[in-house]
Design a protein. Structure first.
Length: 442
């Protein structure tokens, strides 16, 4: 079957998910996979498919020439849509391009990540689609209509991380792909990792001394790092003798609170060999760290529908992470001893009942999307282009996992392989998809 994937323009995470799904197929079997997005090639360059298989769409921003604005009020706005300007020439062009490309390329199944408007466009045009479900609460009418209009929903995370407040029919109609990690990096031993740290210069251009200091790594990406940066002075106050590493952009005024501020394109060694990680809760980020046993402090960014808030709560409930407030309590209680024994940290994690705070940031933090450098990061934040082009996710060897979630990474691979095995959308829907979900059509 020919597959189309609509990737939303907010951040690069949606394009990255498409990239990771395509990467699950052998390179010579990806020609049936086409991506639709309004992100430019400069903003996100795909690694798994050529640019010829990417259809760049016009933006859907409001125009001064619009007859009605995108949210025109109760009696002017269909309740099945979140945003629908009237008379917008760009939206007319992109809608025509989507439908025309689906017809010309003989696309039999669309994957929509995410847009209720594109979902309704496909349903009205009788085009089968799957809708990507993200964490958080999406029980508003437009989302429920988009879910109902789909053949099924797919979730790029384990079912245990689903929000418990969702209507029961949603998980029943959802295929959970679990976390998808499609790119592997070379293993770096602990001695090699320590040697690489020594090669970094600190803020005063002096050699780094590791000794027996606990290694605390704070992982960020382009944009939205201010809330995490604001916690670094308190982190230094709590752990005055720790080796604190900031990966990604950092505000100039905050640099003095960390030992190393760097840019790297592979965070795997830092995740595996640090004594503690602090990071936000984007799905691409959590996918990289979930199957390791490195203690995790979650700092959820603000997102519509509380996506990261609910992900953080689920991780805390599973005993995989603690929140910032509880982390401060643990450090105050145990000091550096907290990092000498993971069981002490993670044993406390399962008892952490503090709700995860919602921070005030709009930007996703793709933790692997950082350009390589062996020197401190410049005062200028990483460009969005650099972030996008180096973005990839890592595949970890599972260590001792404190969580009870059973990961099955082959589900996503099986899903992608099925789109090559089945030549008809009808047979695929009846014989492959329906037996794997718990809801049947009348």
């Amino acid at each position: 079957m020919n597959i189309g994937y609509y990737a939303h323009h907010h951040g690069s995470g949606h394009c990255r998910q498409a990239d990771k799904l395509a990467a699950l197929l052998p390179a010579d079997q990806r020609s049936h996979f086409t991506v639709f997005t309004s992100l430019s090639a400069e903003t996100y360059a795909f690694n798994s498919i050529p640019e010829l298989q990417v259809i760049r769409l016009a933006a859907e921003d409001e125009l001064e020439s619009d007859t009605l604005k995108g949210r025109a009020g109760e009696y002017w706005q269909p309740n099945s849509l979140h945003y629908s300007p009237v008379g917008n020439s760009n939206i007319q062009k992109r809608s025509h391009k989507i439908l025309d490309s689906i017809h010309k390329l003989n696309i039999e199944l669309m994957i929509i990540d995410v847009s209720v408007e594109v979902a309704m466009l496909c349903r009205a045009a009788s085009i089968p689609y799957l809708y990507v479900r993200l964490p958080g609460v999406r029980d508003d009418t437009p989302h429920l209509n988009a879910f109902a209009g789909s053949l099924a929903m797919i979730a790029p995370y384990p079912e245990a991380l689903d929000a418990g407040v969702t209507p029961q029919w949603l998980p029943s109609k959802t295929l959970y792909l679990n976390f998808i990690n499609a790119v592997q990096f070379a293993n770096v031993s602990y001695p090699e990792f320590i040697a690489s740290l020594v090669s970094f210069a600190n803020n005063n251009n002096l050699p780094i001394e590791v000794d027996d200091r606990p290694i605390i790594t704070v992982i960020k990406g382009y944009g939205g790092h201010e809330d995490i940066d604001n916690k670094l002075p308190k982190l230094r106050e709590l752990l005055p003798h720790a080796l604190i590493i900031s990966l990604g952009p950092i505000h100039h005024d905050i640099r003095d609170f960390v030992d190393i501020a760097a840019e790297v394109n592979d965070v795997t060694p830092f995740i595996e060999h640090s004594d503690c990680l602090l990071m936000a809760c984007g799905l691409n980020a959590i996918a990289q760290v979930y199957s390791t046993d490195t203690p995790l402090v979650v700092l959820p960014d603000f997102r519509p529908h509380d996506e990261q808030h609910f992900t953080a709560q689920a991780l805390i409930k599973e005993g995989r992470a603690v929140d910032w407030d509880y982390f401060q309590q643990l450090v105050s209680r145990h000091g550096n001893e907290l990092f000498s024994d993971n069981s002490l940290f993670m044993g406390q994690a399962s008892n952490n009942s503090n709700p995860a705070p919602i921070l005030e940031s709009e930007s996703e933090i793709p933790i692997s999307a950082i350009a390589i450098s062996a020197t401190p990061i410049s005062e200028t934040a990483i460009s969005e282009t650099e972030v996008s082009q180096s973005a990839s996710d890592n595949d970890f060897v599972t260590n001792t996992i404190t969580s009870n979630i059973n990961l099955k990474p082959s589900i996503a691979e099986e899903f992608m392989q099925s789109t090559k095995i089945y030549t008809s959308i009808n047979s695929w829907f009846q014989d492959w998809l329906l037996p794997r979900i718990n809801l049947q059509p009348d």
